[in-house]
Design a protein around this ligand. Sequence first.
Ligand SMILES: [Zn+2]
Length: 135
Amino acid sequence: MPIYQYGCGDCERTVEIFFRSAAKAADPRCPECGSARLQRRISKVARVRRHGQRVDDINVAEELGRLESKDERGFAKWARQMGDKFDGELGSDFRELAQKADAGLNPVERADVKFTLENRIRRAKESQASDLADD
Ligand SMILES: [Zn+2]
């Protein structure tokens, strides 16, 4: 799904616009001021699209396989690894969960790790979809 960054020729803001289809991308409007004088900036696009792609590429079974044990310590180690790898993509809180587990707070997310991971992935996809809906 196309995601483009533009510089607006009227309000001079830098805006990102998400399109449901390539056809809609033919007539972009500035979400800030409604101007059609938008200059597409190519370099940012590739980065943003890869970013979205990474969420789709997360192999849930493989990542869960890295979980050595379901106690706080095992969960904290796993959550920290997930945070290092995916917090940027998922907009998630795995690092925070790791800190909670380290502190013995027993985060509820630990009870069903598979659900936690799937839920974070789903939320990341939904937030991409709602960015589309704002268009
Ligand atoms: Zn504008």
